[in-house]
Design a protein around this ligand. Sequence first.
Ligand code: FES
Length: 96
Amino acid sequence: MNCIDICFEEQEITIQSKPHCSLMQICDDHPTPIFFGCREAACGTCLIRISSGLENLSPVTPAERELLDVLAPNHVDARLACQCIVNGSIRIAAFN
Ligand code: FES
């Protein structure tokens, strides 16, 4: 089985998963530093920064774009974890 790595840089945690899974589901199944609120691109609780592998995530959804434009304008590496399907390895950094 192909495995991908989801690395949380600051905590030095790496989770292995199969590709094409929901990042939210992966986080539900493992202890991670990402918190979720609405789970539907409305609250911004799950805002993350992708330091590597941005191209391995599903495209930004219209609802996600709308909220990112408010929460993180000018940050092309910002995503909402609740909206991401992970197709390849990524590195997640804190959003500062
Ligand atoms: S959990 Fe609310 S925007 Fe992702």
